[in-house]
Design a protein around this ligand. Structure first.
Ligand code: SF4
Ligand code: SF4
Ligand code: FES
Length: 723
């Protein structure tokens, strides 16, 4: 399809919106209400363009203008500028943006003046300052002065929609993004416009916003009307160091940006990753970060003769470990790490285990089963024609996977991609989309997904799969038939199905998948369990697993808190003084995953990169450096002593190029996962205790609480910086 934008002819796919045509031409259109992953509604009237199309004669030929060879189809222009987000570009259409049309430039300046008519100009105190679309666009497209001298409308300020989201009603420009988000994405009609005309305001139904995915409206509000209450008043946008990285609280691996100021983690916002989280993250990923800058361990601790832990430096800690392990066989030392450790850290651990010859190696959480059926990606889930979820509570295991399933229920229309990125206005997306619950079967216990499913079958998670493969009720027979009839089905297996599952479970999955053509997504137990399982980080024959830690002769435990120590000398590497760290002989300070470079593998098998945010963590070290210090204490030389060494090992072992994982990640098949009995049931819990921030423990927090009339879920300000 040929379209002419500002005099330049472009070749565009059919269905392209006029706004995307302009962006594809390299031009610009200001917009507030359009959003890449929401339906275009034409609410703000800012995206004006002039447009015209050729017209045909009754005989099918074009109405021409000009003479002879110079004759071209005559363009019939609309008499006034039109909103480009709701207009489809058509064959032969001509478009003029503000770049070439004075009419458009003037109309947009007038529209900006109208939008600002009642908007309070409190930019100097608004938290969105420096990241406000209205402010930027007013500067680029506005008149620079207002002709309205009267007082502006006043409405409620600092109005809590929930404990996490604050609304400033008078800043709202009625773009309807937040309303459409709740209706279209999590499928909850909880927010709407109330009253009419100049009295219109946004509010929720009684009870406020539902937790789960509410924080996303703070990202998409184009002004400072909806603000993240955890990050509010913590810094201005230009003061933050922005670090794009990956969330490792669950195995989805959403793209996020970590905003740090003065060494503290103050805010997390969603990053766009079309293949993983599109533009959304869950509330735990957004609001559960305060632990990263709260009560951190910043120096090693050594247990003294008085039985207490005392601050020390790394040299003293290495000496203490060396002394504590003197006379102990190297292969007595158990090595256990958390399943959110990176691949590089896992490789370092594996190489140290090889060096010491220990059989006691493990990572936690993990399952005992290795599913070999064809793996589904998140895009497969969103575009499936049937999804069967067995034994999963996605709210605890993989929240954004739930959003991708809801996307499937509303038609799986993934926005088109252009050179300028995801389509800004995909006209196939519609408001109040029709959902098709018959495409979702849920087998297991009741969970958040339950209400969206057309077929709900209460069952024990572990037997749910076997019962589906050999159905014993009408519901299960119908579900199996739907699975057999579907063209692109996906089976999702959660913790209730995978805990205690064995080889026979894996072969049932494989045969059901090959019989029905289904792809399978087995949700890993931990954020990087899938990557670590490929590294042989499980107990060797005769070795003690993580569940037998208390029997280990000595142990090194990284970022796990079982609440018990080994029989003998115990070294704990953690970010906080956990209950296990309090029992340890030596405690080594660890980095959080917000402060590391490395790679994780998400529930699709996608390699995703972590970047290091600018947080103060004192002398804390990642696992690679800590293991090389441990090796020094053991009197051996670690093979992997840095990120580069681990990457070289990954290249040699698996052909992985970890140093060049693209920003959207890349699916890379890893070798068969190694498994071993766990001796322990894994219960996924997303919001761990440390993510629940201590409240009201400082005069400042109390002062802010009194100002806004509610309790803030924010931590006391730590000393330092320029507060
Ligand atoms: S609160 Fe923000 S996102 Fe919602 S309608 Fe108002 S300006 Fe738009
Ligand atoms: S869904 Fe998982 S990876 Fe994504 S933001 Fe939430 S916790 Fe983080
Ligand atoms: S009318 Fe708001 S972006 Fe088009």
């Amino acid at each position: 399809m040929k379209v002419v934008v500002d005099g330049v002819e472009l070749d565009l796919p059919a269905g392209t919106s006029a706004i995307d045509a302009v962006f594809q031409s390299g031009g610009d259109v200001p917009y507030f209400c359009a959003h890449k992953y929401l339906s275009p509604v034409g609410a703000c009237r800012m995206c004006l363009i002039e447009s015209g199309s050729p017209r045909k004669n009754p005989d099918g030929t074009f109405v021409m203008e000009g003479e002879g060879d110079a004759a071209t189809p005559k363009i019939f222009w609309f008499p006034k500028p039109m909103a480009s987000c709701t207009m489809q570009a058509t064959e032969g259409m001509h478009i003029r943006s503000a770049k070439t049309s004075e009419v458009v430039a003037k109309a947009q300046a007038g529209m900006m003046e109208f939008t600002l008519l009642n908007h309070p100009l409190d930019c100097p105190t608004c938290d969105k300052g420096g990241a406000c679309e209205l402010q930027d666009r007013a500067f680029e497209y506005g008149y620079g002065a207002s002709r309205f001298g009267f007082d502006r409308r006043h409405a409620d300020k600092h109005y809590p929609l929930s404990k996490y989201v604050i609304l400033d009603q008078e800043r709202c420009i009625h773009c309807k993004r937040c309303v459409r988000y709740f209706e279209e994405v999590p499928g909850q009609e909880v927010l709407d416009f109330i009253e009419r005309g100049g009295h219109t305001f946004i509010d929720t139904e009684e009870g406020g916003l539902p937790t789960g995915f509410q924080g996303n409206i703070t990202d998409i509000c184009p002004v400072g009307a909806l603000l993240d209450n955890v990050a509010r008043f913590r810094g201005r946008n230009w003061e933050y160091d922005h670090t794009p990285t990956t969330c490792t609280l669950c195995p989805v691996g959403c793209s996020i940006t970590v905003d740090a100021r003065n060494g503290r983690l103050e805010r997390i916002v969603a990053g766009e990753n079309r293949d993983v989280n599109e533009a959304w993250i869950c509330d735990a990923g957004r609001f559960g970060h305060s632990f990263a800058s709260h009560d951190r361990l910043t120096v090693p601790l050594i247990r003294g003769a008085d039985g207490q832990l005392h601050a020390a430096d790394w040299d003293a800690a290495i000496t203490a470990i060396n002394r504590g392990l003197a006379g102990q066989n190297m292969d007595d030392l158990a090595l256990y790490i958390g399943a959110d450790s990176t691949l590089e850290e896992g490789l370092a651990l594996e190489s140290l285990a090889e060096l010491t010859g220990t059989k006691h190696v493990d990572h936690w959480p993990r399952y005992e089963v290795n599913i070999t059926a064809p793996a589904a990606t998140l895009t497969d889930v969103a575009t499936a024609d049937l999804v069967v979820v067995i034994g999963a509570d996605l709210g605890e295991e993989a929240p954004v996977l739930e959003l991708r399933i809801l996307e499937m229920l509303r038609g799986g229309l993934l926005p088109a991609e252009f050179d300028h990125g995801t389509a800004i206005a995909d006209l196939r997306l519609i408001e109040r989309p029709v959902r098709k619950p018959e495409k979702l079967v849920v087998i297991g216990q009741e969970s958040g997904l339950w209400k969206h499913a057309g077929t709900r079958i209460p069952a024990n998670g572990l037997s749910g799969l076997t019962r589906l493969a050999t159905p014993d009720t009408d519901d299960l027979r119908a579900a199996l038939k739907a699975l057999e009839d579907a063209k692109a089905p996906v089976i999702i297996l959660g913790a209730d199905a995978l805990n205690g599952a064995s080889g026979s479970f894996a072969s049932t999955v494989a045969s059901l998948a090959s019989r029905t053509g289904a792809k399978v997504m087995a949700i890993p137990a931990g954020p990087n369990s899938r990557g670590l399982a490929a590294l042989n980080l499980v107990p060797r024959r005769g070795g003690l697993g993580y569940a037998q830690l208390a029997q280990a002769p000595a142990a090194f435990i990284s970022r796990l808190d079982p609440g018990v120590k080994a029989r003998g000398f115990t070294v704990v590497h953690d970010t906080h003084l956990t209950s296990t760290a309090q029992l340890a002989d030596v405690v080594l300070p660890a980095l959080t995953n917000y402060e590391k470079r490395g790679t994780t593998v998400n529930l699709e098998g996608r390699l995703l990169g972590l970047e290091q945010a600018a947080l103060s963590s004192g002398e804390a070290a990642d696992l690679i450096r800590t293991l090389s210090a441990l090796a020094e204490a053991l009197g051996v030389k670690a093979k992997v002593r840095g990120l580069r060494g681990a990457q070289t090992l990954a290249a040699a072992k698996f052909g992985l190029k970890l140093e060049s994982v693209p920003p959207r990640g890349v699916i890379h098949p890893l070798p068969t996962a190694t498994t071993a009995p766990t001796g322990q049931v894994h219960t996924p819990t997303l919001w761990t205790e440390r993510m629940q921030v201590p409240r009201g423990d400082s005069a400042r927090a109390e002062h802010i609480n009194s100002l806004i009339g509610m309790e803030l879920p924010m931590t006391a300000v730590q000393p330092g910086g320029d507060d």
